[in-house]
Design a protein around this ligand. Structure first.
Ligand SMILES: Nc1ncnc2c1ncn2[C@@H]1O[C@H](COP(=O)(O)OP(=O)(O)O)[C@@H](O)[C@H]1O
Ligand SMILES: [Mg+2]
Length: 403
């Protein structure tokens, strides 16, 4: 390395080495022999519309209880899809069906155009990073990372260089000779990530893989995963219950609830155009004001009559909810107000302050104020407004909310 040139930050040097190794052997014999013909072309430049994985009507029941589906989902080659949802919504079950650890009760799993439903886990070209690390306790860190390569009979010299480069990528070069029990939870999780990335599967599944890491490390790993994803062209399905993580990482988000997909779309789609009240409530901080559609194209609520955004064609009398993001709300004088309430809590967060305002009906509204605006006292009465078209109106009748 040229000592005179300013050295780039350690982390980017690490991943440069890793990317070089990944790329240089992407067309190597061992990789090519495992890939379907369609995959060899998609490895270098995946066509935007190539379907890597088609979850076709997959369902799962345990006894009488249906915990999943039927799910219909197409994952495009090279995309990073976040499967997001509350605990118990079926995310892990879906992932385990995709990788072959759980047998579906119905439906088909098509990978690279082939029906893999009846193929066992080891026959599928899928890398998995589990929630609970699942490292081999009797193997060192380096041996753990080398294991998938040994299974694939990669030459010994290449195993060592690839394992070491991958360990460098996750910042664990100095821990190669330790055993998993000698590592912290976060370090074990990084070994698990390295053990998956080292073998360069064309489809990678991650189940809450960053949850155990502390905040700073989690953010570093997110950037690392995003960069690796971009450079390698691998298709990644990433399970998380953390909406911030999904918004930050994903090309698309598949939002699940009670074993069903509530919405599938880009982070922007899901944040800006939630399909129903569940999505609006789950993603980002949302204010939901419930009421019913009035004859004059307004929403009648317990806190007054509110204007609807343009283009609402819902029938008068229907139960509906107005959704307004906290950053769209502003405090104003009484004449311009759409709502009024009492400040219950003021939460300082550096670049912004969040006000929790309680309306007369008891509904709580969050208002986000950027730093520098005049402070507001607890118990103060405030008036709130927003641009009519920055709100969304969603049908909130029970039969629709779970659609
Ligand atoms: N082996 C099992 N037997 C019975 N029920 C299960 C089993 N595995 C998961 N479930 C149930 O399936 C539902 C979905 O679980 P899971 O896929 O783990 O959700 P998530 O990963 O979204 O938290 C839960 O209600 C869970 O209790
Ligand atoms: Mg889970």
């Amino acid at each position: 390395m040229d000592a005179i040139r300013a050295a780039p930050p350690l982390r980017s040097r690490r991943s440069d080495v890793f990317r070089m190794l990944w790329r240089s052997s992407r067309n190597a014999q061992d990789t090519a022999s495992r890939l379907a013909p369609s995959d060899q072309t998609s490895a270098s430049a995946p066509a935007a519309s190539t379907v890597k994985l088609h979850v076709r009507g997959i369902s799962k029941a345990y006894g009488e209880a249906t915990v999943l589906g039927p799910i219909e989902l197409k994952v495009v080659a090279g995309e990073l899809l976040a499967v997001l949802g509350p605990s118990g919504s079926g995310k892990t079950t879906l992932l385990q069906i995709i990788c072959g650890l759980v047998e579906p009760s119905g439906g088909q799993l098509i990978i690279d155009g082939r029906d893999e439903t009846d193929n066992s886990a080891d026959k599928r070209d899928i890398g998995v990073v589990f929630q609970n690390y699942a490292l081999f306790p009797h193997l060192t860190v380096r041996e753990n990372v080398a294991f998938p390569l040994q299974m694939r009979r990669v030459p010994a010299a290449e195993i060592k260089s690839r394992a070491d480069a991958t360990l460098a990528m996750v910042g664990l070069s100095d821990f190669a000779n330790r055993f998993p029990r000698e590592l912290s939870g976060g370090q074990q999780q990084r070994v698990a990530l390295a053990r998956c990335f080292v073998y360069r599967p064309s489809l990678i599944l991650m189940d809450e893989s960053l949850s155990a890491l502390d905040k700073k490390l989690r953010e570093d790993m997110r950037i690392e995963i995003k960069r690796l994803h971009r450079e390698t062209g691998a298709t990644i399905i990433f399970v998380t219950h953390d909406q911030e993580e999904a918004l930050a990482l994903a090309d698309r988000i598949c939002l699940m609830n009670e074993g069903r997909i509530e919405q599938l779309g880009t982070p922007q789609d899901i944040y800006e155009r939630p399909a129903n009240t569940f999505v609006a409530d789950f993603i980002g901080a949302s204010n939901l004001i419930h009421g019913s559609i009035a004859a004059n194209g307004r929403l009648e609520t317990r806190d007054g009559i509110l204007p609807l955004p343009d283009g609402c064609d819902m029938q008068p009398g229907r139960p509906a909810a107005l959704v307004v993001r906290p950053e769209k709300l502003v405090l104003c004088g009484g004449d311009d107000a759409l709502l009024s309430g009492r400040v219950q809590e003021s939460i300082y967060a550096g670049s912004e302050t969040r006000l929790l305002v309680r309306l007369a009906s008891g509904t709580a509204i969050t208002v986000r104020r950027t730093a520098g605006l005049p402070p507001v006292e607890i118990d103060e009465n405030v008036f709130i407004r927003w641009e009519r078209n920055q709100a969304r109106v969603l049908d909130s009748s029970p039969s629709i909310s779970g659609a």
